[in-house]
Design a protein around this ligand. Structure first.
Ligand code: ATP
Length: 622
């Protein structure tokens, strides 16, 4: 799958929100994340780029991840998890659930609806403030997030790096026409622009010592070509909206508008003038014009320009835990401190979807809200910080690629009193995997105010520190470890991918590709292989498979190709063990069990096989 940054048909972000309220929770990103296009993306180290490409290719060829709607050209914002990918994702999320909920007395689960009352998102601040600053490059028309764009040093040169010489020529012409300066072409690079300060850039002709023309600058350039010629920033709300119920809002808009405009103007001409080729014959607008019905035309116009903002698709799983805090606390008689955990889909209309499944519009999260007494939150944050890092590194081959990044004071939302990111060293640099934030009582307070319902916790045994009297009624403080599950899939695939040169039995050198996935994450735990398809070996292998499947071990029967090829295939998809039925099996009831990482084979009695694999799964340590 070479194009893991495919364009999505009609990919024009819409919407837009008021500017973000101060201290909005979305953390300020530090990482420059260029989209992985086929063309002129500033390239990280070639080897790293290569690993990413190999993992993406393996994901497709081995059934981990496919581009969504691929036969129609693909949808860049969405991915489908294939037979092995959905097992891997499910295993990973089960491990999180096991660690965060099943193995803890003080954390309970929740599985809330994706669509909630719009008031939830108004109270949480998402409706007004869940926005990214959107900018267009005036040269290449690239659309990107200002807060993720590269910030070259100032003073210093601002070269524009194009895909090739032809593109450089075209862009030089555009710049000359729009901005009146002739940049010097050096192959695919356009020179002559310089950042004179953090707020100004200029054009310095060859041989000149000072700029002959200057422009105001916001300190960043477009990610793909490095252009400082940019539009103003527009705030773009990331929430998806949809309509709920049997009302068709589009029809209502159409009818009202049709009545209001009353036939006083030539509607088809007005539509064509406004929408140009979007209203050509055969398009939705064009067809509506052809029918000649004003209501239909206006309906098509309404559909074209707006989406009906009835309900939102949740952009995070977290808010449900606040909204259901009282229900969960009372129905479970839960005592503070306790947590509510949830995992599942979230949706964000991301301006830049990038790096394969690292950032997509539909993704999965694993989040927990831990409610504690005011004043104890910072100790709990440290506790969860350690717990979470221990979870990530437990499954990793290379724990040194995980680190914390402490948020600076000016990065914190106004209500937060601490935040760490767990970061992973992706092939393009360090990037976020999880945020662990101390959110005080901000969320419960906001929902209490907006709903008019008390969300206070009543501790009958404790005295209120202010009055010295029992009970103590308070809004609990919250620690939120919020991780991305689909991003974690990418992280563990990258961590597991490796190539090893080895010498075969016949002395030849060969390259072995393997996914060193932690066995509990691996999609298939054990492959069962008859050495040959005769002498009763397939039947014996089938018996073993049946026993494993009955015991709940994901096992796979595989008889196709030479045993060496089968081992290689299972190495590549991360199967930790292969049990092979051979001639000896038929005489002494043992099979060889081959270890993926060491390739060492040991003989195990069939009668012990299920227990052996189970013990290995439970006790596996790196
Ligand atoms: P980023 O800075 O990468 O946009 P964020 O700070 O907005 O992330 P949070 O709102 O804290 O992210 O969400 C928690 C986790 O959800 C993130 O750490 C990340 O792992 C995951 N996540 C967020 N947005 C996406 C996305 N668009 N695609 C995949 N995973 C995501």
């Amino acid at each position: 799958m070479s194009a893991f940054f495919l364009g999505r048909p009609g990919d024009t972000p819409s919407g837009g929100a008021a500017s973000s309220p101060p201290g909005w929770r979305r953390r300020l990103p530090r990482l420059y994340e260029a989209p992985m296009s086929n063309a002129a993306a500033p390239s990280p180290a070639a080897a790293n780029d290569d690993v990413m490409k190999k993992v993406v290719a393996l994901c497709k060829s081995r059934g981990f991840v496919y581009q969504s709607s691929e036969i129609y050209g693909g949808l860049k914002s969405a991915y489908d998890y294939g037979p092995l990918g959905c097992e891997l994702k499910r295993n990973l999320m089960s491990e999180w659930w096991r660690d965060m909920v099943t193995c803890r007395e003080n954390v309970v689960g929740l599985d809330a609806s994706i669509i909630m009352r719009p008031e939830v998102w108004r109270a949480s601040g998402h409706a007004a403030g869940f926005a990214d600053p959107l900018v267009d490059c005036q040269v290449s028309q690239e659309r990107f997030r200002a807060d993720k764009a590269p910030r070259p040093a100032a003073p210093g040169p601002l070269p524009i790096t194009c895909a090739d010489k032809g593109v450089a020529k075209t862009y030089a012409e555009i710049i000359e026409k729009k901005f009146g300066v002739v940049l010097e072409r050096d192959g695919n690079v356009l020179n002559g622009l310089v950042a004179s300060s953090a707020t100004e850039f200029g054009y310095v002709p060859k041989g000149a010592s000072a700029p002959t023309q200057t422009w105001a600058w916001r300190g960043y350039v477009s990610p793909l070509i490095g252009s400082p010629f940019l539009t103003a920033e527009k705030s773009f709300n990331l929430m998806f909206r949809t309509a709920l119920g049997a009302v068709d809002p589009m029809q209502e808009v159409a009818e009202v508008t049709a009545a209001l405009t009353g036939g006083s103007e030539d509607l088809p001409t007005a539509i064509r003038a406004k929408f140009g080729k979007d209203a050509a014959e055969g398009t939705v607008l064009g067809k509506a014009i052809a029918v000649g019905d004003r209501a239909k035309m206006l309906r098509a116009v309404a559909e074209h320009v707006t989406s009906s903002a009835m309900v939102y698709m949740r952009p995070e799983t977290a808010q449900a835990m606040f909204v259901q805090f009282r229900n969960v606390q009372q129905s479970m008689a839960a005592k503070i401190p306790f947590g509510i955990a949830q995992m599942g889909k979230s949706f964000r209309n991301e301006i830049t979807v990038e790096h394969f499944i690292f950032r997509s519009c539909e993704f999965e999260q694993m989040e927990m809200e831990f409610f504690c007494e005011p004043g104890t939150q910072l100790q709990w944050m440290e506790y969860w910080k350690d717990q979470r890092m221990s979870w990530w590194t437990r499954y990793a081959n290379d724990p040194t690629k995980f680190r914390f990044r402490t948020h600076e004071k000016d990065e914190l939302a106004h209500y937060a009193d601490g935040c760490y990111d767990v970061e992973y060293l992706y092939p393009w640099g360090w990037g976020e995997l999880e945020g662990i934030a101390s959110r005080t009582d901000h969320d419960l307070h906001a929902h209490q105010e907006a709903s008019g319902q008390s969300l206070e916790y009543v501790d009958q045994e404790k005295e209120d520190p202010k009055t010295g009297k029992k009970p103590w009624k308070y809004l609990p403080y919250v620690i939120e470890p919020a991780a991305g599950a689909t991003r974690a899939v990418l992280c563990f695939l990258l961590d597991a991918y490796c190539e090893e040169e080895r010498t075969t039995a016949t002395g030849e050198k060969e390259l072995r590709t393997l996914l060193k996935l932690h066995p509990r994450l691996a999609p298939i735990k054990c492959a069962v292989l008859p050495l040959v398809k005769k002498d009763g070996m397939p039947e014996k292998a089938r018996e073993i498979i049946d026993a494993m499947l009955k015991a709940g071990i994901t096992a796979k029967y595989d008889e196709k190709g030479s045993v060496g090829k089968r081992y290689a295939k299972h190495d590549e998809i991360g199967t930790p063990w292969c049990a092979t039925v051979d001639g000896q099996t038929l005489t002494d009831g043992t099979v060889t069990v081959r270890d993926r990482d060491t390739t060492v084979q040991v003989r195990v009695a069939i009668s012990d096989l299920v227990a052996t694999i189970k013990a290995k799964l439970e006790n596996f340590e790196r």
